[in-house]
Design a protein around this ligand. Sequence first.
Ligand code: URP
Ligand code: ZN
Ligand code: ZN
Ligand code: ZN
Length: 505
Amino acid sequence: MTEQANGRKNIVFIKNGQIVNDDFSFQGDVLIEDGIIKEVGTSLNTPADARVIDAEGKFVMPGGIDTHTHLQMPFMGTVSADDFYSGTRAALAGGTTMIIDFVIPQKNESLLEAFEKWRGWADPRVCCDYGLHVAVTWWGDQVAQEMQTLSQDRGVNSYKVFMAYKDVMMLEDPEIYKCFKVCRELGALPMVHAENGHLIAIKSAEMIDQGITGPEGHLQCRPVEVEEEATQRAVTIANEAGSPLYVVHVMSKPSANVVSKARREGKIVFGEPTAAGLGTDGSHHFDQCWHHAAAYVMGPPLRADPTTPGYLMDLLANDDLQLTGTDNCTFNTNQKALGKDDFRRIPNGVNGVEDRMSIIWEKGVHSGKMDPCRYVAVTSTTAAKVFNVYPKKGRIAEGSDADIIIWNGETTRTISAETHHQAVDFNIFEGMTCHGVAEYVITRGEIAVDNGEVKATEGHGKFVPTPPNAQFVYGRLPMRNKVASPVKVERDPYTGPIIDLSEGA
Ligand code: URP
Ligand code: ZN
Ligand code: ZN
Ligand code: ZN
């Protein structure tokens, strides 16, 4: 709903807030008309017919962009519990106004058909805007051709490959290389799930043989080196293919270090930690209660080392890591129970889409690690730049979409499955008290959270195409590849004798 039914303009006027963009913050007003920001300034006149929101003492920031969700995803024999309605409604409740979900085709399934299927699921139900990444779960000429169609005609700019989930979604290195080269030709962004799937398959079977069938086995058969090695391999493959690289769900210190080092070497690599990885840890896998332990199972695993979340936050604050998603992929207790006798069958995934903004405020801003501008960068603006929807998204400026949150940085809320808006029956942040509450959330001009009350509308959200050749990603890539291209030496041919091998050496 952008224009009102009576034909009058839908005007919202936000007064006297601390307006925060990724590069600058100042006290002022924002005028919204029919879903678009019409004016940003100081001491603007209050228009007649406007809904006026007094933001004195509050932060007025671009709505969050969650780069990584799996809503109603068919996975491991079941379907994730939060669908495109409950998931996007929960997103809005927490201050996120755009999500980017993943189309995951089955092996040998057409990417285009899978894409249309996901659009069919999402379009009528989403309460906020959304984009789609497409996973490349098999390789062949058809896949390369469909990637071209997706990028040129369907608004897809990012493709995820899996180095794990052997026999289901995993690609081998030569396939990954070919896929990254196609991405480079299309100006698209390759994303990678970086874990060594061969080692996981062997080590998880060994774990079961040792009688370790519970969720603690999931963690112990995937040591940090399994993630680190794959992350480094992906960086190397992308570098050789001349493509950029986006590492999804960076969960461990060594893997984060790989991303950071690659960037220092000038490689075009982006690292995405998750709300789960920043807000909690993997010690829960050892909980006495089976369903509690199973609720934390995701891949790559949350790390048992309690200093990992703070370390990932330090790197995020200092741009060693760049932006955040959630990998929100929720399963109820009775779904997790599919793996009650064998951790390999526990559906992988945790919540986060509702709580990411509060978790990062609490652990990032309230802890003194980052200022509000950096907070906006890592929760919204950098995602908009990387996925090429900036400044339509990710900025409070004239002409941008009115995706805005009015944020109280001082009030607290305590996270609980009892009160959250997600459909799932467990919350991995249960009992955590966070500073930072979205008092108002505006999605393309519609007030979806009104003084704390969630009023999201099913079907209000729109698909947002993410065009290829993002400046932020590809700006220096052609020149970088030109400089690095192999050289040929022109020389006179060799005319001397050649050893005769015909009589055996
Ligand atoms: O555990 C996870 N991460 N579930 C969703 C699938 C994926 O790998 O992103
Ligand atoms: Zn993944
Ligand atoms: Zn329990
Ligand atoms: Zn994921």
